[in-house]
Design a protein around this ligand. Structure first.
Ligand SMILES: [Zn+2]
Length: 442
């Protein structure tokens, strides 16, 4: 099966100079097999299905390095209930997430997947406990996924809350079992569109024993790992109180840091910790929207300078990576008092190529020959995309969800002309509203 996408501007990589015109992009099976001058199409690929993308651009789809689809349930509530950034921690408690049934839970997960696809995400790392319960439903969306099964073993209290950290070894055992089961059933599924990752919750939620067990399993399976790191000042205080060190040093002491680790947040961090994380070439998932909502910001340029890879994630905010890119760029400019850096080319690279690499796929996140056919078609014939002096800059500064017309993952369309093909949009949105209304009582 060959698909030829014609007449579009092809954003091969991150740079303005790498926008290719008057060429046709060829998809064969799961790969971008060729990018050829239009004049050669009939000679070389007369059998391909033709897609006319005149007035449009082909961009790489986004890699969302950190999300929790189920937390769509907390929309409209958690955004305004962040913990305190100064003692006493954690400050005014937020509402508990209501208990809902497995079936209801599944709808909220699909709502997150739906929203992701509509905003141009092609690859996401979903972090949660108990992914097995909804793995089949969410993988049917057609998204490329790292299913990162999470484990924590802190018995009393939660992340960012003070108190003596005591481990429940049974939870470690159960967590490792869940990780192994998920790996056996789903890792490598559908041409490796689905892979499994291993998640520790947070330094103040995971004992040295649990970190060791996850790291040992990671080395055995050769997969990516993840953790919420230096997320809150309450976490930092808690690690100092319990272990007499800082969160990143605590992870270093217990051999958790490595180059296949995606560390989410990294906001409440000392220079020494940034340097340590950089030394291990770990990825920082820059979750800009949730960082901004909490009134916190990671030192992205410094972390990158020390050797960290920078990816981007939505966390439990809008599953909209266009906003994540834009907000991340603006936050860094405000933080560093610099009106030119980071440049949109760089931010686009964080949200695409870097993310793919960090989530374990080397040949993805670019539109080059041999790359995975994970791409989006964006309508440029709209006021906010004109004039087209620099379409990458426009995409980062001005892009909107509705610009995304079609989404392809692994050579297959999962959204075509705004229709999400594998999910029932109307049903999911209506059900999600009903579920939330019942759960919260609003
Ligand atoms: Zn998170």
């Amino acid at each position: 099966m060959k698909i030829a996408i014609q007449n579009a501007k092809i954003v091969a990589y991150t740079d303005k100079s790498e926008v290719i015109e008057n060429h046709t992009l060829i998809v064969e099976d799961d790969l971008i097999s060729d990018i050829i001058p239009d004049s050669e199409l009939n000679k070389k690929y007369s059998d391909a299905e033709l897609i006319n993308a005149s007035g449009k651009a082909i961009f790489s789809g986004f890699a969302n390095c950190h999300t929790h689809f189920r937390l769509t349930l907390a929309r409209g509530i958690f955004e305004n209930e962040s913990p305190s950034n100064t003692p006493p921690f954690p400050g005014i408690p937020r509402k508990d997430l209501p208990k809902i049934s497995k079936e209801e839970h599944q709808i909220m997960i699909l709502l997150g997947a739906l929203e992701s696809i509509k905003a141009g995400t092609t690859f996401a790392m979903e972090v949660a406990e108990g992914i097995m319960d909804y793995a089949d439903a969410v993988q049917k969306s057609g998204l490329r996924l790292v299913m990162a099964e999470q484990m924590s073993d802190r018995m009393y209290g939660s992340y960012g809350e003070p108190g003596k950290i005591e481990s429940d070894p049974k939870r470690v055992e159960a967590g490792i079992e869940r990780m192994n089961n998920l790996y056996s059933k789903w890792h490598g599924h559908d041409n490796s569109r689905i892979t499994v990752g291993l998640a520790a919750h947070a330094p103040d939620m995971n004992s040295p024993h649990s970190l060791n067990e996850i790291r040992t399993l990671q080395d055995k399976l050769g997969v990516v790992s993840t953790i919420h790191l230096n997320q809150l000042w309450g976490e930092v205080q808690n690690i100092i109180d319990n272990y007499g060190t800082t969160p990143t040093k605590y992870l270093e002491q217990h051999d958790f840091l490595n180059d296949k680790l995606v560390a989410a947040h990294c906001r409440c961090m000392s220079k020494e910790e940034e340097e340590i994380l950089g030394k291990f070439n770990s990825t920082v998932s820059f979750n800009s929207a949730i960082a901004a909502r909490r009134g916190l910001s990671p030192n992205i340029k410094d972390l990158e300078g020390f050797g960290c890879k920078i990816g981007m994630g939505s966390d439990n905010m809008d599953e909209n990576m266009i906003e994540v890119m834009r907000m991340g760029m603006f936050m860094e400019r405000v933080r560093t008092n610099h009106g030119r850096e980071p440049h949109p080319n760089e931010v686009y690279g964080w949200a695409t190529k870097n993310g793919y690499k960090s989530l374990g796929l080397e040949n993805g996140g670019t539109l080059t020959k041999g790359s995975k056919a994970d791409l989006i078609i964006v309508n440029l014939l709209q006021p906010h995309h004109a004039p087209q002096n620099d379409i990458v800059s426009n995409w980062v500064h001005m892009g909107q969800i509705h610009d995304v017309e079609s989404v392809m993952v692994d050579g297959k369309w999962i959204m075509k002309d705004h229709n999400v093909l594998n999910l029932d949009e109307e049903y999911i949105v209506n059900e999600a509203n009903k579920i939330a209304k019942k759960a919260w009582g609003y």
